[in-house]
Design a protein around this ligand. Structure first.
Ligand SMILES: Cc1cc2nc3c(=O)[nH]c(=O)nc-3n(C[C@H](O)[C@H](O)[C@H](O)COP(=O)(O)O)c2cc1C
Length: 393
């Protein structure tokens, strides 16, 4: 089966300990830490989930005060609380001004024709329904990818379906594209665009297949979302790599991908938007080569490498859960994909997977990424991570 092949590229050389020591030196210099210096409630401190290595490091304000509170709740409750707060903040200038205190310095770059104030983006999945765009921009993200959006609204898999692995600085999720559906999200985005709170940074919309849609009708399903959302997006991501929708990864097969991209190309309209493809880290080198050839043939604007992995070999079996693994455990594998794609193709690469400090961000750029995206690193390190990275790059 296509989706079961796995790939092994060369691993990066730094040990986990070396990487975390790098964080120790850097996190003490972040603005957030100085805001909170002077101590805090011991109770919160002791509630903090952290590794033995982390315990030796000065933590930033988020890690000391906010994360312990969030980690005292189950992962999905904490996620919804965070999104609700950021959604609320998105409606008030005073709240947005406060969030701007986290903003990193601007280091603009242009990739596939779009201007990015800095190369650090929000990865898909954190704001699936696009409810907090002004807040993400205020926090300093250089671009925001919402979704995955499906043609039909759907509840996703039964709970619990997000699991933290603090020792491994990782998450496992099997959410299964829970989202409000393309119609509702298009309405929400249209209202935001008319309200003058639309962010000044590029907005990507990540689209995927509805669970109820058979694989043979996947193209129509993607096209439905594409037609509704393309005018609201600066770029569209085709998600053909999430492991939690049965059959989805089969769309990485060259013929299926080619059919999908051809259909999207015909729908491009008068002002075509860049289309990027998000790939799985669980494909072989041969499969990757074939995907890149198809993407180049159809003038795909860029590749996001990578989505979560089904390779759980680094996770102790007593902690393991079904679902896609993200965070530090994915870092080397996804960096190897970035390096391989950059070597084989001229398509820009957006790196996603295990970015949680300066060293892991630098590794992606050195491997050839033009842009990077954060998810799990943001959950563990908070908004100070953006400035920490940008100050040192
Ligand atoms: C809880 C969770 C939900 C996610 N949902 C999506 C999604 O809806 N669509 C998508 O393309 N990727 C999704 N991802 C994958 C992330 O966008 C990202 O590619 C992956 O987690 C690797 O980056 P990280 O190690 O920084 O987390 C999700 C990841 C997590 C942890």
């Amino acid at each position: 089966m296509w989706s079961r092949f796995s790939i092994r590229f060369s691993a990066s050389s730094a040990s986990v300990n070396e990487r975390r020591t790098g964080v120790a030196r850097l996190s003490g210099q972040t603005g957030i830490l100085s805001v909170y210096k002077g101590g805090g409630p011991d109770m919160l401190e002791s509630m903090s989930a952290m590794t033995a290595e982390e315990g030796r490091l000065p933590k930033n304000g988020y890690e000391r005060f906010v994360r312990p509170l969030l980690f005292s709740m189950d992962a999905e409750t904490a996620h919804h609380l965070t999104i609700r707060l950021l959604c609320g903040a998105s409606h008030f200038n005073v709240a947005l001004r406060a969030l701007k205190s986290f903003q990193p310095p601007s280091k603009p770059r242009t990739v596939f024709g779009l201007n990015f104030p800095n190369p650090i983006g929000l990865a898909a999945g954190l704001d699936k329904n696009g409810v907090a765009l002004p807040a993400w921009a205020a926090l300093g993200f250089g671009f925001i990818e919402i979704g995955t959006v499906t043609a039909k609204a759907q509840p996703g898999n039964p709970k619990p379906r997000i699991f933290r692995l603090p020792e491994q600085q990782a998450l496992i999720n099997r959410l299964g594209f829970n989202n409000d559906g393309a119609d509702a999200i298009a309405d929400r985005l249209r209202r935001l665009r008319n309200s003058e709170r639309w962010p000044v940074v590029p907005v990507g919309i990540n689209i995927g297949k509805s669970r109820a849609t058979p694989l043979e009708q996947a193209t129509d399903d993607y096209l439905y979302s594409f037609r509704l959302l393309r005018d609201l997006a600066d770029y569209i991501t085709l998600n053909i790599s999430s492991p939690n929708t049965p059959g989805l990864r089969e769309l990485q097969e060259p013929q299926k991908l080619s059919d999908l991209l051809r259909a999207m190309g015909k729908e491009a309209g008068a002002t075509p938007k860049p289309v990027v493809v998000k790939i799985s880290p669980d494909i072989s080198a041969t499969e990757l080569k074939a995907i890149l050839a198809v993407c180049e043939e159809h003038q795909v604007a860029g590749i996001i490498a990578t989505n979560t992995t089904l390779d759980h070999s680094s996770i102790p079996s007593q902690l393991d859960q079904e679902g896609g693994l993200s965070g530090a455990a994915l870092r080397e594998k996804s960096t190897a994909f970035v390096r391989e794609i950059a070597a084989r193709s001229t398509m820009p690469v957006i790196a996603s997977g295990g970015i949680s400090d300066v060293a892991s961000a630098r590794e992606k750029f050195q491997a050839g990424a033009q842009l990077i995206q954060l998810y799990t690193g943001f959950v563990y390190r908070g908004p100070g991570l953006l400035r920490e990275i940008m100050d040192k790059l």
